[in-house]
Each structure stands twice: as structure tokens, then as C-alpha cells.
Design a protein around this ligand. Sequence first.
Ligand code: HPA
Length: 248
Amino acid sequence: MRRPIAVIGGTGLCDWPGAHMLSSETVSTPYGEPSAPVQHMEYQGAEFLFLPRHGVGHSLPPHAINYRANIHALKAVGAGEVIAVNAVGGISERFVAGVIALPEQINDYTWGREHTFYDGRDGRVEHVDFSYPYCEELRLRLCAAAQDADIDIEPYGTYAVTQGPRLETAAEIRRLARDGNDMVGMTAMPEAALAREAGLDYASVCLVVNPGAGLSDTLITMEDIQAVIDTGMLQVKSLLSHAIASHG
Ligand code: HPA
């Protein structure tokens, strides 16, 4: 039996109606409180772990999330791999609202977040390799799950991680495009790096919920984003269900 998959739910995936919660575990960590208790879930016979990144009821903004506590808690309850779900804005042409993308690269523009377990306080200096921030084997399994679920995806992409909580200026989006980014969100870092430091395989399913600032004729509204989330997250859940069921 493989160690369970953990799903970190993002905006639009704070809970999982339809899955059965077996138990809910409050985990205390040396880094403080995780976003929520870790939920032990069962869906069509397959078990997995679930943690809503923004807290129950979506109360934590991206810069205030305790990423270290979240990753520590998932490892402590026995997760072997982590599938992150992220809502993002689209930058490059094919990344329009409603597209599901499986990124393989990251550019980190965040600042001031607690971003490492190796903070030097214990006298240890460690540098993990992060050339390829996502686990390729897990990304490929997610591609296969999308195919099983008959869901079109963008199988590659570079994720720009911004600090938020405000959205970008149009000039910032132009700069992110020049930097080679395909999508922009606020939550992939430091989460991905902490998962690497913790030895957890990590991949992400991103739902494009709006065009990046300045890329459409209209301003970005939360109503427009919510409409995309309402339909897009159903597809994301279907993809994840196939991935979880095939995990065994
Ligand atoms: N920018 C940053 N983060 C986001 C966006 C965006 O346009 N949409 C959803 N998360």
C-alpha cells in the first residue's frame, strides 16, 4: 500500500462535497497552526488526505498562510505525495479562463514569507535541489488522469508566484510574460519548495480563472472569477478523483 495522496485545496476547493470524511485530525507543529485540521477522506473506495489551504470558509489570504505548518502537518500524518490545486490568472495565449494546466516550472516573486525549514536556527545549512520544482512522475500521472476523465489540459506551463493579495498591474503582467510565465497565482511558493525540503512529491493542478491584468477589455471582477470556478472546479475534482482512484 502506497502512502496516501494529500490534496491541498485552493480557492474554490475548500471542501469536497461528495467525498466522505472519515476523520479530521488537528495537528500541532513546531511552526504553528496549519490552515485547518487535516481531513481523512474517502471517495469511491479510495482514501486520501485533504487540507484547505485558505482555511475552512476561505479566511486566510495567500501571504498569511502558514505554508510550513501545512507541509509539516501533511508529512506528520503520513502523506507520501501532495497534489496542490491553485486558481491562477492566464498570461500566455492558450491559458484562457477555464483551462486546466499542469505546470512544470515556477518563477517566484513572493517576499517576506516563511519559506524554508532550513532556517539555520539549528546550526544546519542545507540547500535542496529545486531545478525541477514539480515531481515529473506525479505530473504525468495527473496527465493520465485527465485523459481518463476526458478532460483537456495544458500539460506544461510556467507559474509566476506573486505576493498578493492584490492582483497585478497590466505592466507587471507584461513583465511576467517577458519572463516566460504562462500563468500567475499567489500560492505555489513557498509551498512547492517546502514540499521538496520535506521530501514529499509535489505537483499542481491549476485552473485559469481570469485573464491576467490588462489582457482583456474589461477589469477583473470577483463575480467573473467565481463563475469560472463554479464550473472549472467540477472538472478539477473529476481529474483528482481519477488520480486518487488510480493511486491504489
Ligand atoms: N493574479 C494572481 N493570482 C491570481 C490571479 C491573477 O490574475 N487569478 C487567480 N489568482
